[in-house]
Design a protein. Structure first.
Length: 228
């Protein structure tokens, strides 16, 4: 039987230790990736104190938003974006972390209700050579997207998101995270005032915190049978 409370407390403890050891002394928000779990499991973790949850499929996202409407949840969308599914996301998400196309920016702004708070936007940056990873590659592309986001009245540019290589090699992970942190800092020096750097997942979030992330996305570590 999964000990959700133990998992939750262990992750929080690990985050706090990693923060205390980071040279950046930054705050770190933890987002629970809930794409493979049930509504009831989300309810359990939410009751323990987890407020931010992330989905990567628009249809599943919509179903969970409806089922869990009574909970105080901050919803993040982190998956590839399909144009015909944007309405589901624009209506229900608080954050979208996977923006990489101009047409999607325009579409999100058009479909976001004026009665809702501005939709928080992260630009996805590709920081490795894996073919199945998404994101823009260079600073010029990022700046172009950032400039367009800043012109949209229902969107709010918050920062960048990246996914590191699927590896246990700490040197590779550190290099990729440092690369994204450098891009983030370089763009902010131009006056973009981004406050969120989303990088780090279950297998590498401690390294990401050491490299300056302000947001991590934790999936299986919340939902596994035993966590140390």
């Amino acid at each position: 039987m999964i000990n959700y409370d133990n998992n939750f407390q262990t992750i929080i403890k690990n985050i706090n230790i990693a923060k205390s050891e980071s040279i950046y002394h930054q705050e770190v928000k933890c987002v629970a990736v809930s794409k493979l779990v049930t509504h009831n499991e989300i309810r359990i973790l939410n009751k323990l104190g987890q407020k931010a949850f992330a989905e990567s499929d628009a249809i599943d996202f919509q179903k969970k938003v409806i089922e869990l409407h009574d909970l105080n949840i901050e919803w993040h969308f982190i998956g590839p974006i399909q144009s015909n599914k944007i309405q589901y996301i624009a209506t229900n998400a608080d954050w979208v972390q996977s923006i990489e196309k101009i047409k999607h920016i325009i579409r999100f702004n058009a479909l976001r209700s004026a009665n809702l708070p501005k939709l928080n936007i992260l630009i996805e940056v590709k920081i490795n050579n894996e073919k199945n990873k998404h994101g823009v590659i260079n600073e010029e592309e990022i700046i172009k997207l950032a400039d367009i986001i800043k012109t949209q009245d229902k969107l709010l540019l918050r920062g960048l998101m990246g996914i590191a290589s699927n590896t246990s090699d700490e040197k590779i992970l550190t290099n990729e995270f440092n690369h994204l942190k450098n891009i983030f800092d370089n763009i902010n020096k131009l006056g973009y005032n981004m406050d969120t750097l989303s990088m780090g997942m279950s297998n590498d979030y401690k390294i990401a915190i050491a490299c300056g992330t302000t947001m991590i996305r934790i999936g299986r570590n919340f939902w596994k049978n035993q966590l140390n």
